[in-house]
Every structure is written in C-alpha cells, then in structure tokens.
Design a protein around this ligand. Sequence first.
Ligand code: SF4
Ligand code: SF4
Length: 266
Amino acid sequence: MMMRETKPTLAVHKFSSCDGCQLALLNLGEALLELPNYLEIVHFAEAGPSDPTAHVDLALVEGSISTPEDIERIRQVRKNSDYLISIGACATAGGIQALRNLADAAAWMAALYPHPEQIEILPESGAIAAHVKVDLELPGCPVNSNQLLRALRDLLNGVEPVRERRALCMECKRQGLVCTLVSSGQPCLGPVTLAGCGALCPSQGRGCYGCYGPVESVHHESLAQRFSELGLDQAASARRFLFIQGGAPTFAEAGVRLRARAAEEE
Ligand code: SF4
Ligand code: SF4
C-alpha cells in the first residue's frame, strides 16, 4: 500500500462465518483506538461504518464462499479493493462449514430445516482464494489479532507482509514449551500446522488441532503413526485432519486417506 497525504481506506467484509475474526479485530484494544489515526474505516458493519460498495485501499475479508450470492459479492469486493487480505480459517480454507464438503449436504439440510428447498448453497464451502485473487492470507480460528496488526503496520509502511511458512513446533521451541506430542503424549497437529498463533494451545498444555492450516508439506503418515502409538485409531486420526481446516487441500487429502483406511479395516 502506498504512503500518501490522505489516509488509506479500509473495509471489513463478512461472508459465511461466525464473526469471530471481526471480533479479533475489535479486540485489538488500544491499537484499535489508534487505527483511525492511520486508516479511514469506511466499511465495518459490525463496528458501525457501512458502505459495502466503496472502493478501498485495503479490504479484510472474513468467512467462506458458500452460496452463489457470495460469489457475486466477493467478485465485487475484489473489484473495489486494491489489496485484499482473507482472515481466518473460514476465509482461507472454507472453515468448519467445509465439513459438509465431504458429507451429504442435502441430507443435512433436510434434517435441519423445514424448507431446505428454499436454501441455495454451492456444492462446497470454499476459500476466498478459490474465487478471486487474494494478496495475503492470515489463517486461524480466529485470526490472531497481533498477526493482523503486524500485517496492517507493514502495509501502512509500504512493506509487503511476511508470509509465515514455519510449523507451529518452531513457536513451541522458541518459547521453551514442553512438547505436547513427544513429552506429554497428546495427539498434536503442531508438526504439520502453520505457526502464527503463538503456540496458544501447547502453552496451555493442549495439543494443537490445526486451526492455522497446513504447512507446505504434510507428512501425515508419520504423524498418524505417532497418534496410533498414543491410542488413536485411524478414524480418530482422520477426524483430527478433517476439522476446522479440513477444507484445506492437504489436510483434506490426509484425512480422506486415513478415513478410507479406517473403513477398510472395519
Ligand atoms: S475462522 Fe473461526 S472465528 Fe473466524 S469467522 Fe471462521 S469460525 Fe469464526
Ligand atoms: S495451537 Fe493449533 S489449534 Fe491452537 S490456536 Fe494454535 S494453530 Fe490453532
């Protein structure tokens, strides 16, 4: 984003989501109060300003693309935004609602709604990047407030934000945390999950469930082997991958493979 006399403009858009990532932005505390000194917030319905069709320098997009209407709207948002950041697991991988991608969505809707025929959905809940060009993805459920703030600061200073590529294990090591997988014997997805959350779950003694999504190469076989030594069967291992980031292609592939093997063993 270019530095200039007038303040750059910001829009925050919501698609299929729970609003938790917008709350992560609202939870910035003092930094949020300072934000209007550097950015003009023209659209952020959850916080007040509403101008969804405004052309802006920067758009933050929460939520997945789940309906035909979402496709039309995200194309419009892209057209109206110079730089677009997708925030959260929904926007970067389809979110928890992508669980239906591997299920019989029509049967689920019939079980839940009295008039499912009135609901129009896409066959899959997908990432923003599957439909339009995305300049930066910040995953997580929800997105990490500090990571988001860092990206905004970088852009305001004319610097391209750094893309995180390291695994969560790096954050545990940096913080000197006891390894949940090796030492505490918990099925932790840290070795195959992107860093960025500050090792939130391991710092509380819990294994990671992968909400930041997959690193570049996911060696799911060796991890599933370790999970099995810890007492998880193939079906339970599969569910670990097919969870919040189950819509991310590498996690989906790993989960489906483990699930198929579990079915063969039955
Ligand atoms: S990524 Fe998580 S917190 Fe963010 S909108 Fe989706 S479900 Fe909510
Ligand atoms: S440790 Fe894993 S599940 Fe927990 S917040 Fe971080 S990425 Fe998400």
